[in-house]
Design a protein around this ligand. Sequence first.
Ligand SMILES: Nc1nc2c(ncn2[C@@H]2O[C@H](COP(=O)(O)OP(=O)(O)OP(=O)(O)O)[C@@H](O)[C@H]2O)c(=O)[nH]1
Ligand SMILES: [Mg+2]
Ligand SMILES: [Zn+2]
Ligand SMILES: [Zn+2]
Length: 1682
Amino acid sequence: MEETVRDRVLGILEDLGEEFETFKSKLSEIQLQAGFGNIPWSTLRVAGPRALTEELLSWSKDENGVEVTRKVLRAINQEDLAARLTKTTGSGGSNPDQESETHQDPEMVGEELLKERKRALQDLLVTLKMEQHRSMKLGLKDLQEINQENLQNWIPWALEDLPWHFMRKVMALNGTARNTSLGQRAPGDQASGEENGGQGDGGNVLHHSNMDVRASLNPLDVLCAVLLCSDSFLQQEILLKMSMCQFALPLLLPALDTPKCTLMLWAMRAIVRKWRPHSLAESRRFIEESLVLTSMPTVSFVRMGSCSFSKSKLLNEVLSPSQQHHDFFIHRDMESGNVPREVADGLVEISWYFPGGNESSDLFPEPVAVTNLRGDIESHWLRFSFLTEVSSAVFIVTESISERQYALLSSLLGSATEYYFILGAQAEKYSQTLGFLSKLAPVLKLNKLNVLEKSNTTNQTEFVENLQHTIRSIMNSSNKRVNIEAMATAARELGVLVDEDCEECQSGSKWAREITMNMRDVSNCKTEMLKLQGDLWKTLTKVEKELCRMKEQGTVPPEDYKVQLKEKLSELHAQQNNCELNDGLIKFINGLEQLTAVEKHHFLKWLKYKLDHIAKDEHARLQAQYNALAGDPQKLEELGEFISAGSLGVEHFLRELGQLYEAEHAMVKEGKMAEIEKQFTRLPGIAADLMLEGFPMELIDGDASNIPLQWMTDVLTQLHVKLGEKSRMLVLTVLGVQSTGKSTLLNTMFSLQFAVSSGQSTHGAFMSLIKVAENFREDLGCDFILVIDTEGLKAPEPAKLEDSYQHDNELATLVIGLSDITIVDMAMTENVTEMKNVLQIMVHAFLRIKEIRQNPQCLFVHHNVRDMSAHGQNMRDRKHLLEQLDEMTKAAAKMEKLHKEVTFLDIMDYDPVIQDWYLPSLWHGVPPMAPVNLQYSESVGKLKKHLFQLIRIHSVEIPPKNIPQFTEWMKSLWNALKHENFCFSFRNPLATEAYNQLSAKFSELAWEFQKKMHLWLSEQETFIQNQAPEELETEIFTQLSRETQQKLQHEEDKIFECLEKYIKDGASGTYMLEIKEDFIRSSKSTTSTFHHYSHQQLERAKNNRKRHCRYYNSEAEFRKIIEQEVDKLLEDCRSRERKLNNEELEREFQAMWRGVLSESMLFSSMKQTIFQEMQSLLEEDLEIRGRLMHQEAGSLLHYSMSSFTMKKEHLDLAWSETLKELFTKENWLKAEELATSLMRQCSAYIDEKANSKADYDEIYCRELLCMINERLQQEDVSKLHTSSCFEVDLKFHILGEAAHVFQEIHDNFMKETDPQKSQKKLKLQYFSILKDLYLDKEVSHKRARDFCDQCLKPALVDYMNKRLGIAIADDILRSGQSIDYSSRGFFQFTTQKKLLEENDFYNYVRYIENYEDFVKTWIQRHLVDHYSENEGLEDLEKEILSTVIDRVRGTLENSKDKSNTVLAFTDNFCKVLQKDLVISKDSLVGIRFINTVNTGKFIAFIQTSLSHLEQQILAEFKNLETESKLSLLSVKPQDEIFKRVFGCGKQCPFCNVPCEAAGTDHKEHFASVHRPQGLGTYRCIETNILAYELCSSAVISNYIFQCPETQWKDHPFKDYRAIFPSWCIQPDPSINTSDYWKFVFKEFNQEFAERYHAEPADLPGDWEKITKEQALESLEEAFKMK
Ligand SMILES: Nc1nc2c(ncn2[C@@H]2O[C@H](COP(=O)(O)OP(=O)(O)OP(=O)(O)O)[C@@H](O)[C@H]2O)c(=O)[nH]1
Ligand SMILES: [Mg+2]
Ligand SMILES: [Zn+2]
Ligand SMILES: [Zn+2]
């Protein structure tokens, strides 16, 4: 008999029962939406099922009516009826069922239905705005990315927010993740207002509730949509977190995008559960196992037909621990649980019960799985079949059984599963149902116990208990135990898909299996497969640390001991490198290199699971042994260690790669392997890729307590490249007691994947990179966040106290040092001492980090706080904590040997209100059944928000480091940590960078200042030279000095201003502030030097001018007379009648000339005796200084430097009488050295003056005396106890030598200006003038030429010499050349590199013995070379000359109309240019007659000859050798450059290496590399053999030294600062740092010995092997030139 559509609709409406009213109300709502002709509410309200059927079907076409009915049914959560309607009324004759109506052909899907479901899915995804992720799956990274939303609360406002809300919350372990109700907007908010307005007729309660429902989605739909749009790894993560929240997990995902439903095996792989079955209750052991591998009985719950009570709710009650209800499954009474499901029908969920080992409270004695099928089994027969396959028992929940259903159930005949029926109350069909049941009894082997009745009157608690009891008995009787892997097999047989069957996953699994296939156990794998990281790496670590600590040095000299250790290192590297690559590792590497990204990801996950499995098995076995051994403490401990060494993970494989890489690198570096033989160069790139994909990377190996620095550096460098070099990272770390949930905290906060749970506790430290969204980077101030998870700090056991404390200390210092923000996890453990010990370690670490001037930000997280109100509790506790922290700080300061009072607040800005955070315990209840505490999740969320606020503020103050900076920083920290004295050994790379930047800036500013002042002084000097001597004694000169001081002050202020500004704008922030003082001081010292210098310059100019005048006065006098006479003669001649011819005129002139000469005193002895002048100056000086001059001293001329020898009287022997002879000898040598160096310095000065071509000046002598006095007053000299006789002798010899030279200078000068010569010249000139005048010639051009030649040209040349030096220095310091001179370090590098290239002993000697001289020559040579190579110098000359000539032109132009006479013109001309040109118009011959010439013509002539004059001067300059040109300059560029690179001039007290600190006045002297001390002439006093110790090694060794400063007493090197407080000598940053000087020493050992009159050093054999290339490399490394 055929049912009509009408019958079916009616049947369904009748079946609705109580829900019929709901149906009607929903219908009215839907009608409104549909918008076309509808059934009025008045009709609806009274209509019964039959009437409504008519209405519905007549409403429009039949089909539409059916459609509407179905929609409404779904909307009121009557999916089953809706499905039935579809099934029975489907059109087109095709089979419309979802998964077929018959069980024979379960997956035959009707096209129509398929379409409809596709549409439903499509609609859902559109609503959720997730369509694009259907193909482009979401990954974990999308969730990790940090964006604006991290700062907001996640309240879903629109449906499209729901998936994100779910994912975010579930990632944060938030129990409310599944809630799908939307946030209520504030009233008046338009979005909700509109809908309300549309409603129109209020008053219907039902109506409203439905309205609310509509504004949401069923959580299961959201879950399905999210899983559909996620990649398989995100799915895993979501399921993992859901499982922690104790949410039921999807076991079978409905067929959404796939033809069939899917078993979520892979998605559950990551879940590990821990429990204690009752069988183990005694032993107190836990079982920890991967969930998918755990076999247990499974009980399934399905529904048939409709049911009045919620099956899911019932299940929740069955599974909930007593006293604590938890919603494992979503049920219809939950928030939005009643919203109709759009796509989630047919979902099978699974949940578990795990016992905690407490027999009285556990519900079940062993684990049991419970599955729950959503929907009616009739529509989901395939799933139902699957469940019957895998379950021990299936509970069918139903209210009635119909004929059809009976038929269906009958087909289960022969099924192996037990069936139970839970009958809901439905009186009408009760008897019919019972009838069917009894018919089914034999088919399904039912008995009375298999039917549970649940009527309205049943006591719920009793019913649940009953059910639990039934399940228990099923567990007892059935021995069917399946795990999810086994379920997958069953599924495949039924044609259900399994997510693991995808290609990538299978290939990943295959690769992993190949590695683990032959692995027997963990220790076997470690010794066979991972050889490099075992004992080899641990021994290596020990040796590396010993190299820095030298604890077992004994009596071996430090350098030799270092060589021994180095050899050991090299040997170990070789051993590592020689290890055969085994199969497993090769496969691992191949896997990483060859697989696609997704495959690789699968591969690594698989490897992890498989390794975990192996390790767990072993762990369990060992644990059993351990328990058995209970009596024997010795063995227990051994086994305990064994157990802790038993972890094995992918990180061990990666670690092995790191070791392979390190070893290979070391081999190449040691020259034992060629660069091209390298095999592992691609590994760092691969590791960087892994980091990008979210794998945590091992930073510190917790087993060996070491960092593979090269590996780490190269991995991070690769990472930097892969990030497009945009890698500013904020570093965040967590630190705290062991196993307190640190990793869990980070994972919860940032969705990371750090290893958690006791089985795989963190070892060492791992880091994970999180991306900040592009549009959020600006705001947050960084591009990435690097999260570091660390191993818990242990409370040291007494036996291993030292080691453990050290390990923890290193770890804590390193990570705190690396971090911008540190979270200190202060779990409230029961053990107070443990907490205290750990705090002590942390405080110590913070103190050290503060000492190296890093400002750690820190948050204290008080974890496991039971009562959340506790934090408000009382200030007393806090005060108490602070007191304790202070105590700890004090103790730490003592350990660090800081001799100062420090409190905790000194090392950290600690504000309990902001910095103390309280977290409740992770679990709500007792694990394993406890879900995550909602409070925990929410507190973590708040903490996270706070962290981001902190980061925003922090990154403004201290810009985050990028990867290269981070790497450098890490290396420095680690290197320093290897040393005993961390703070002292730390070389701060960022501060160094800031320092270098600042010193470059400072040099630039200093030069700018000097240049301005030089120019200024040169103008003033010119001005002085243009004044009459008597003018200079007046106010004019004082005025000049005053102006100069003002100018200085002005420029000085400018320097400070610029420095301040630069520091303020500087990116290096705080570091610059720290070192600012040094530079301010240096600026001050530079300017004050200039104060002195400028004063001197002005004085000198004045003196010169006076001397000049004195000398020229007589000549001027003479010329005046001559000119008078010429005038007379002219008159005379003109008055004669006859015109004289040329000879007659000459005769007359001759007579006149002779007459004048005989009368004049001209050119008599103008020569001075310089030495007498000097002698009197010397006597004056000695008198002032109260030194007695010996009687027999005699004339200065008897002394010279070469004749100086040391005499007994030179030392104050009375003082040293009591001391050893040794002391005297040493002092003698030192005094001699002092004398030599002083003489060298003075002779350099004398030479310079000799070259300058200027006449002698008294100031020379004064300056020499000043130099000597300054040197003798220095501190180190006073310690030598020299006598005053020494001083007197020294001065005599030096000035004696100088006197000879100066006399010569003067004599030469006089010769140049030979009176005879000038006399002759004058004579010719005057005769010519006379002739011209007599003949009345037009002579203006002649006079003008004279003016050009005699006045203008010398002035221009002088100008050039004054300016060229400044210009050259400026050119060099500002051009590309300046890089060599940009900093002292750079200069050292360039010179040393060049020295190495030339490899010439004498060059080295000059460099070492007379650094200053070396530098000067070096610069000079460089200048000469530079300018002989190119036209640069000519350009400079042209520029200088053309500037001044332009000025001359301008002046000429201006004077044209103003001056009537030539004299007036010249006066004016000189006056205008008196600051530029020294024009001595007095020296113009025939000045008296000049007025007779035509002014206009005179000027015009000068104008036209200017360019000729310019060419002439340039040509003359061009012809000069560069060197002699340089010697003529008044400001010597080489001196200016020298000042920049020479610095303070101090040398290391042990090895004489020059100080590299910037400026001239700094607190500390330092050098990047020290030299073997023998190069500084150090030798063994007894044997006279040169010493080869390095200062940088000595300071960490047990060596001692003696020197005058220690009064020749022994002093430990480690404590050298007590003697030389201003020197900072740090240990070498790497073992190769000093290779350069070692190389030099071994090359020239013999030569140095001869030179120093000593025996050659007995160098360690290892030094012989150092090559030139290695030397260069070490140099590049030391000065960071790579
Ligand atoms: N009771 C309780 N257990 C927690 C809490 N937080 C984490 N755990 C559990 O403690 C165990 C260890 O957690 P981890 O996150 O690995 O702890 P950890 O501090 O990183 O451990 P180590 O790295 O070994 O020092 C896990 O099983 C967590 O589930 C908590 O607040 N309360
Ligand atoms: Mg951890
Ligand atoms: Zn030194
Ligand atoms: Zn210095």
